[in-house]
Design a protein around this ligand. Sequence first.
Ligand code: GDP
Length: 448
Amino acid sequence: MFESLSDRLGGVFDRLRGRGALTEADVRTAMREVRVALLEADVALPVARQFVDRATEQAIGQNVLRSVTPGQQVIKIVNDALVEMLGADESTLLLDVTPPAVVMMVGLQGSGKTTTTAKIAKRLSQGTLANRDRKKVLMASLDVARPAAQEQLATLGTQVEVATLPIIAGQQPVEIARRAMQAAKLQGFDVLMLDTAGRLHVDQALMDEMKAVADIAKPQEILLVVDSLTGQDAVNVATSFSEQVPLTGVVLTRMDGDARGGAALSMRAVTGKPIKFAGTGEKMDALEAFHPERVAGRILGMGDVVSLVERAAESIQQEDAERMAMKMAKGQFDMNDLRGQLAQMRRMGGLGALAGMMPGMKKAQGALQQAGGDKILIHMDAMIGSMTPKERSKPELINAKRKIRIAKGSGTTVQDVNKLLKMHQEMSTAMKKLKKMGGIKGMMAMLG
Ligand code: GDP
């Protein structure tokens, strides 16, 4: 996600960084380019305009231009403006009430509502959502409009091991909501998730139904699910919904396929509602908490180490994650670490799943995809396996002769070995840079 914007901004900033002194005209030119980049990413026009005006004013107004590192300062200003545009960090669910807390999911048909309901329920029941305590969750589908929608939720429920309300044919949404509330109370559920009916378009009957259900269920959270691929339409849908139902947040789905990111970028500014989660795939684990600071970091090419470590922590041992975080913090990252990373990447769903999360990985990723995609991960593992322990911890020791041996030993070519070494080099440089900018504070605190 955000690849094209990230590339464009990367170009603008590379030009800024490359110069010792900046004039006001330089900043204005750069900001004009930022504006074009935002519009190309499909950010709503007024939002892009306001963003650039504010950032320009700050960059010119303060002592930025006279500072020692004007380029870096301008990037920081853009970073902060991005965080502000994306809104404060609100990626938690407020569920601290006398049980059951009710989470109501709303949205158009096909937006990914049912899938997202099950994804969130899974996290809540496993205790891997922000609050971190396991919840006893009941899901109920109120979707009587789409054939087999209720069965779909029941199937997902079995898959993620979350209870679903038994289906009674012919019952209407409000009745189902009432029955679900009763069942949740009587059977001691902590959280009730209501998956409501969708429509193809926003219409009044749908809104009335949402309101009637909300009246009965009194939800703590009303989350609107929208498809990020629909760009500005997603923002329009969110605006219509937020005018009629008291939304507490937005979930953007299909962020995995959205290279532009315009919906994500303008959602908060246009609707006033925070994006709480991002759907990043069809699998039940493909859901991420939406943290504006991390997303801004990802857009500006800093990589999103915190999400990466969190994601890794879910699939590997905690000690491993801590060890990796420590290494990154120190800016040390040798072949053993890279090997561990490659193995995790395979476990976490291959290259695609990690796009842009790892500092320096984004550049490497394109090359990797070209070089044969996920298969290359296995080759790289073999190459690292053919190195001596000393070479693994100090790859700079590897000379031309050793490269030939390593290639032979792993059934690859010297070019492959060179590519691997270059990728390692890029990643460790990116991590050192990250360390310098202090971008890992949150990560360390999280693991503390
Ligand atoms: P609903 O009609 O809103 O309940 O939509 P569904 O939950 O049935 O989702 C429609 C389709 O979108 C399904 O095939 C899902 O697997 C898919 N889907 C949902 N969320 C995501 C996502 O974040 N990424 C991708 N790639 N597909 C998704």
